[in-house]
Design a protein around this ligand. Structure first.
Ligand code: AP5
Length: 214
């Protein structure tokens, strides 16, 4: 089963995607993670991507569709969770075409709805393990033992360069201008479900499971 998680920056898409990977053996396809990898590669494309991301704008459709198409080529039978993709109508059309070719359409599009004020708190407290990428939060999800990753035991952590208030404002603007029209598109196709992302992580996960098991 293929699903899309859609929501503003910091809504909890990545957090919930990782839970679905652990609980259901699905594969997380996060264009944000793919672009950060490209950025770190030091290539010319990576440098262009870094500049766009630091401004909180969207990377070109051509680049992200290419990244997703490449990943789909090597995807086995496990269901995919599209996390942060599609973000424009052109990306949504491209995804439909790619999945139609594979004969594995989107089963559910899940909007994780969170108030803008809560997003600032989530983004400003986020940090990740530098080794395995597990995502934490200073207040809502600290490591069990201070300074030690729960998953891999690493003591190195990072904070994202675009996790600041100025960049968040730009990312939110991109979301409302370019991505939120997708909600109407998927609603019209009868694929959209909405979960309340303001609750605790476990409660949000239960709501998502209820949609998938419906
Ligand atoms: P991307 O990496 O996709 O960032 P994003 O969409 O801004 O989303 P985030 O990763 O910031 O948030 P999230 O919803 O995953 O939240 P998380 O689970 O971490 O994209 C980055 C950039 O790449 C874009 O700005 C753009 O430039 C580019 N890009 C990416 N995809 C693109 C595309 N398709 N087209 C063009 N450009 C693209 O949670 C956040 C924090 O809150 C964490 O600390 C977490 O622990 C905490 N938290 C989570 N859930 C809860 C909860 N229920 N209660 C309390 N705290 C919670």
């Amino acid at each position: 089963m293929n699903i899309i998680l859609i929501g503003p920056p910091g809504a909890g898409k990545g957090t919930q995607a990782k839970r679905l990977v652990a609980e259901r053996g699905m594969v997380q396809l996060s264009t944000g993670d793919m672009l950060r990898e490209a950025k770190d590669s030091g290539t010319e494309m990576g440098q262009r991507v870094a500049e766009v991301m630091s401004k909180g704008a969207l990377v070109t459709d051509e680049i992200v569709i290419g990244l997703i198409a490449e990943k789909l080529d090597s995807l086995g039978d496990a269901g995919a969770i599209f996390d942060g993709f599609p973000r424009t109508l052109a990306q949504a059309d491209a995804l439909d075409a790619l999945l139609q070719k594979r004969g594995t359409p989107i089963a559910h599009v899940i909007e994780v709805r969170v108030n803008d004020e809560a997003l600032v708190a989530r983004i400003s407290g986020r940090f990740s393990c530098a080794s395995c990428g597990e995502v934490y939060h200073d207040v809502t999800r600290p490591t069990r033992q201070p300074g030690i990753c729960d998953v891999c035991g690493s003591t190195e952590f990072t904070r994202r360069a675009d996790d600041n208030e100025e960049s968040l404002r730009a990312r939110l603007m991109s979301y409302y201008k370019q991505t939120s029209p997708l909600l109407g598109y998927y609603h019209a196709k009868g694929q959209l479900s909405v979960v309340d992302g303001m609750g605790e992580m476990d409660i949000v996960a239960q709501q998502i499971s209820a949609v998938l098991d419906h």
